[in-house]
Design a protein around this ligand. Sequence first.
Ligand SMILES: Nc1ncnc2c1ncn2[C@@H]1O[C@H](COP(=O)(O)OP(=O)(O)O)[C@@H](O)[C@H]1O
Ligand SMILES: [Mg+2]
Length: 411
Amino acid sequence: MTTVVFIETNFSGLDAILYCKSRGYRSVLVSDSHERFKKWFPESCMNKLGQVDLLIQVENSNDIDEVKTALQENLDRVDAVLTFAEIRTEMTARLARDLGLRGAAPEAIQIAQDKYRFRKVLLEQGADDVNCMRVETAEQLSAAKGDVSYPCFIKPVQGHSSIGAVVCNGADDMGVLTGRLAAIDEDWISKAFVVEDYLQGRLVSVEVLTLGQGVHQVVGISGRDLINDCVEVGASFPLQHPLAEQIKNKACAALDAIGYHLGPSHVEMIVTESGPHLVEINTRVGGSGHSIMQDLATGRSIVGDCVELCLGNLDMGERLYHHRQGAAWKCLVSDEGGVLEKLPQEDDIHKLPGVEHFWLHKQPGDRIEAASSNYHWILQVMCTGGDQVQARENADEAIKKAAELVHIRAA
Ligand SMILES: Nc1ncnc2c1ncn2[C@@H]1O[C@H](COP(=O)(O)OP(=O)(O)O)[C@@H](O)[C@H]1O
Ligand SMILES: [Mg+2]
């Protein structure tokens, strides 16, 4: 039986497990922590984990030797290994290479995950011209404050979920930021930071599936909604943009520059007055419902395409993605901390125009914080509409309604 192995998973990857079931593939999930899933997924989606045919528990799913041994002991065959979790993309690429299976070049992922190296490679290859410097600790930011031009943007060299991503408007702000950034203690967030040119403009992302060297199937461009300069609270698809061709070409050029020749990517860019500039390349499908948004708009399973790509079943010549309608997701966050007393009922939100999915990221009784990263989402809706604009309006309206039904007690 065709056997597809997932190394950990994010929210998007849960649907890949269901996709395998629908195709009659055996799905196997290798994981070292159930707690992480609970932190990452809305409670209502946890049951999708139960659809996996085999769960292989390991001590450390980032330990390639341990994972290889576990696969050998538990499986008679492996046809594909893939992951949707940022924290395992690099290891999974090395594993695929070792097992002689299709996968991305680990070196490309290493560049993408090092936000300093990424900038240097893009500069060297002429793919972008954003300048940056690297400091080894948050404390060194204060010492470097005279060497920086303001405003600048500071973020961990290796990070995720906008944790520790901040704009700094002047040398006087560096002291406070240093304290805040030094206090971060999160899995997969480096102690080193990059300080780079502040890109002022609209955040977009280009969703791509790369089938071979320089062969990119662009799913489309997503418009992104941000608050507080970095907290991602929504996305809508497919965005029509006057610079669409330039944006897509630059994203594909950046993928070529880092040597990413196989697999999905979620390429974040900011469109400034001087045109689009790269923010980062995620060498995976966009998480947090992003793939579901693309599925609704294109009528294809994006995560399913990732599975088929790894199995060698995708045709290089055929154009895969056409847009049939708009889709958008949006999250509710709070400006202030407190305790969640009441949340909307499923039915209150589902009956609103265009609502396809409604997910709770928090439960009544949970303590919440003022939004400073993507971990602070309270709830999320996924909507469709005739086009991207209408889908986004539907999502905005649903979130407005949800906000009226949420009660937060000041802590
Ligand atoms: N140079 C920059 N200028 C302005 N905003 C930026 C810059 N770099 C990142 N951001 C903002 O911060 C967010 C998080 O940065 P990103 O590099 O994507 O890290 P993460 O891995 O946390 O997603 C981005 O979505 C973008 O909104
Ligand atoms: Mg990002």
